[in-house]
Write a protein that binds this ligand. Sequence first.
Ligand SMILES: [Zn+2]
Length: 275
Amino acid sequence: MPEGPEIRLAADRVQAALAGREIETIEFAFEHLQPFADRLRGRTVNCVDTRGKAMLTRIDGGWTIYSHNQLYGRWYVCARGRTPNTGRQLRLAIHNDRHSALLYSASEIDVLRDDRLHEHPFLARLGPDLLSENPSVSELVERLQSQPFRGRQLAALLLDQGFVAGLGNYLRAEILTLAKLHPMRRPRDCSKAQLRHLAQQIIRLTRRSYRTRGIVNPPSLVARLKAAGYTRREQYRFNTYGRDGEHCHFCDGTIEQAQIGGRKMYFCPTCQPGD
Ligand SMILES: [Zn+2]
């Protein structure tokens, strides 16, 4: 399941193909959206934003195309008029003079006025997006200390897109390890310094994963692991996620796995003591 950094990278590809260019034709597979094709033709795409796992294609004149890939949706960018070799169902096609951006298999697509975006049921409940809205450390600390979130276990809170948008299972595990916090801790059990450190790791690791296309370990550690003969990306990109039974790179501990809320949670009991 893609997390914020993977969604942002997909949005970058679509943005590079569409931004600053006029839409020559646009096709919607869903009948109720087809009337919008005429209204959007000839308008310029401004940018492509992300809100958690949703993508917002911003179009001149106050229009936004909302799309959510769920599990199967996938964007392809091709030279104008070409189509990828896929058995998927085409749901949305945006063509300009050079490129075609094609969205396959996604079932959640909508065309919205910018001033009504906040009313959209998915967008309305999202926290700030870590890669499009760039919340600050102090804003995140304030959220961690606020009534709806301060009593929640960190393992569940970090996956809640209403807290911040863009974290998933691998980022959650690595953030909590580097923040040295046990997954069952709650913000209200943490000192202000711990919350600041946690907020810094949330921002830093999400941006790093975006920049490095999914390598979450600190660059100095990655260099050391590669020098020590780790050759496969799976071996050096994470410290904790998917590495239960393996040696922690930050201490002498062994990574453990626990089922929390039906999902696998990985942590280092030495770096992240229970109390
Ligand atoms: Zn450790």
